[in-house]
Structures are given as C-alpha cells and as structure tokens.
Design a protein around this ligand. Structure first.
Ligand SMILES: [Zn+2]
Ligand SMILES: [Zn+2]
Length: 199
C-alpha cells in the first residue's frame, strides 16, 4: 500500500536517500519536540539539537528543524539511544524526546539479517518489504503517547559557532583553525603533521 508523506517528510526522504523506519521515528520525534517547545515552525525559535544517536533518526532533525551540522545547530553526543534534546537558544528552554522501547520479533530480525546478507529469496524479500512498510505506516500514525516520551529538561545548550583565525601549518602548508593547531619543534603544526612525528 502506498503511504502519502507530508511535504516536510518528503524533503527528509530526498535528503536521506531512502525511506526507512528510522527516518519515520526521527520525523515524529522532531515534530513532537517542536510542539513541546510551543512552536508551529522551527523559524520561530533559534533551535539546536543534541542527538544521542548518529543513525537514520538524526536526519529529520536537520531537515524538519533546520538543525544542521554545518550551521552549528547539531551536536552528536552518542549514547546509542534514540533520544534527542532540542533547545531554543532564545528562551533557554529545552525538551528531550526519546522513542519508547520497541523490539522487532525474532522472526522479523532473522529476516532482516537474511536480506542484509543478500541471502533472502524473492518471496522473503517481498515479505521484508511489506513488513517494513507496515512498520513505517504504524510509526507515522501511532499516537505520540505510544511512540515517544517528552520531558522538559534544563540543558546547557552549546553556544553559537565562534570565528577563529586560521594560520597555515608550517609543515604541510595547509590552513587550519587555531583551536586545532599543535606545536611541533616550536612551530605551528596541524594535527596530522604533529601526530606524524609521534608515529
Ligand atoms: Zn535510513
Ligand atoms: Zn600540516
């Protein structure tokens, strides 16, 4: 069965490169965080996300909330949990959203492993596709209370990106931002050149 995705979720799919349960969960978590902060749109707040996962679930936070890595609005503090703290730099308020425990059945797990190993028959592959699509539909339609938990937290939000001087490494000549420079024989070195000596 075809699932009709909202426009912002379609953008996530285009960015992420595939449709998977992970982006569906991340999408629901990002939307729940936005609502819990009292915003209709991410433009209303100066948002920053601290992600406890670096898997599929993180991408909706980049697209739906505009918390991209390059803009200094995404920090990865990997604890292996599907949990994300979203804070507003303007108000200082923050919420932490986390997926409620969910486990695939052992049969489903075994099938996924078979597909990933390239050992599934055509019929098994079709079953895998159908089950995956059903799970995605379930995630997208499930009530918030069943899918996730939201908590108000007092988070120390990372500050805005700073501007740094960028001297050239005196060994390789490449430019490097000051906080990442080292000294080698009393000269400014990039980390690669400084470590080359240690090896
Ligand atoms: Zn994915
Ligand atoms: Zn260098």
């Amino acid at each position: 069965m075809h699932i009709e995705f909202p426009a912002d979720l379609q953008k996530v799919v285009a960015f992420h490169g595939h449709v998977c349960p992970g982006i569906a969960i991340g999408y629901r978590l990002a939307k729940a965080a936005l609502a819990a902060l009292g915003y209709q749109s991410p433009d209303e707040g100066d948002l920053v996300t601290i992600a406890e996962s670096d898997r599929c679930t993180v991408d909706p936070f980049q697209i739906v909330l505009g918390c991209t890595l390059g803009k200094g609005r995404l920090y990865i503090n990997n604890t292996g949990k599907q949990a994300f703290t979203v804070g507003c730099r303007k108000s200082g308020r923050a919420v932490r959203v986390i997926q409620r425990p969910y486990n695939y059945t052992p049969e489903n797990d075994a099938l996924t492993r078979k597909v990933l190993a390239g050992e599934a028959s055509e019929a098994e592959y079709q079953r895998y596709r159908a089950e995956r699509e059903a799970r995605i539909r379930e995630i997208l339609t499930m009530p918030d209370a069943e899918l996730l938990t939201v908590e108000q937290v007092a988070a120390e939000l990372p500050g805005k990106e700073m501007i740094f001087n960028s001297p050239c490494c005196e060994f390789c000549g490449e430019q490097v931002m000051e906080p990442w420079t080292r000294l080698r024989e009393g000269k400014v070195a990039c980390i690669r050149c400084a470590i080359a000596v240690v090896r």
